[in-house]
Write a protein that binds this ligand. Sequence first.
Ligand code: ATR
Length: 270
Amino acid sequence: TDRYCVFGNPINHSKSPLIHEEFAQQTQQPITYTAELAPVDGFAQAWQHFVAIGGRGANVTVPFKGDAFALCDTLSHRAKRAQAVNTLIVGGNGRTYGDTTDGVGLVRDLGYHRVPIKDKRVLVVGAGGAVRGVLEPLLVEQPRELVVVNRTADKAAQLVRDFADLGNLKGGGFDAVEGQFDLVINGTSASLSGDLPPLPDKLFTQHAWAYDMMYGAEPTVFLQWAGPRGAKLLDGLGMLVEQAAESFFLWRNVRPETAAVRSQLRQSLN
Ligand code: ATR
């Protein structure tokens, strides 16, 4: 039996053990997957200890994605761009390989729901770590234009500088929102405090989608705002499941199906 885990702080509400146990059953992979609390200033030691007791890989969540990035011996290209690691893998001769599956998780979830990206106008709200992690996989899908806006305009401008070589990327403060969008992705943590980013009323094209990278038992304030304005709604639960599936694939070279665990998780929220 190979050992995996998710590191975070806090970690007790993590859905990852449930998801990976379901994947393991479905694909008949002999693994265990636990939730591990690491001290805020002791992530590297927690990882080394886990490897020493036979750990083969781990997921990494808040607040350790930067610490995980820093300790890797080898990084994927997308992890370098994202400056974050959510998936650790023990490679040959004990070296640590790091990747990030968050962005692929978002794009796969959009694909699962048949949300088109290619040639579409896409707005991403927010410019923190969560958004940095999804820009490359989104741009690879070749939207006609991707606009990234943020309360702190400088951070959006920095993302534009860092990713503009990958596609048609623009952005700045909230005043950089112009015209209508086919897909609007909320990547801010504003909904945690019940806040709504200041967005114009006529934001959505016909057949547009609103996506919140957060999720909960109730729709987020952003989705509650977007629904009456004509958008079809998706929250971040599918992204969570798809990033997990991608990590599982990196570890086991088997791709699990996500439909069953999606509905299982949705039920567990109520
Ligand atoms: P994460 O890793 O989740 O992205 P982060 O790096 O702290 O966390 O980024 C949080 C994001 O949510 C930022 O884009 C932040 O805007 P600022 O860069 O201006 O701080 C955004 N955010 C948080 N609270 C917000 C609020 N009440 N209104 C608008 N944006 C908010």
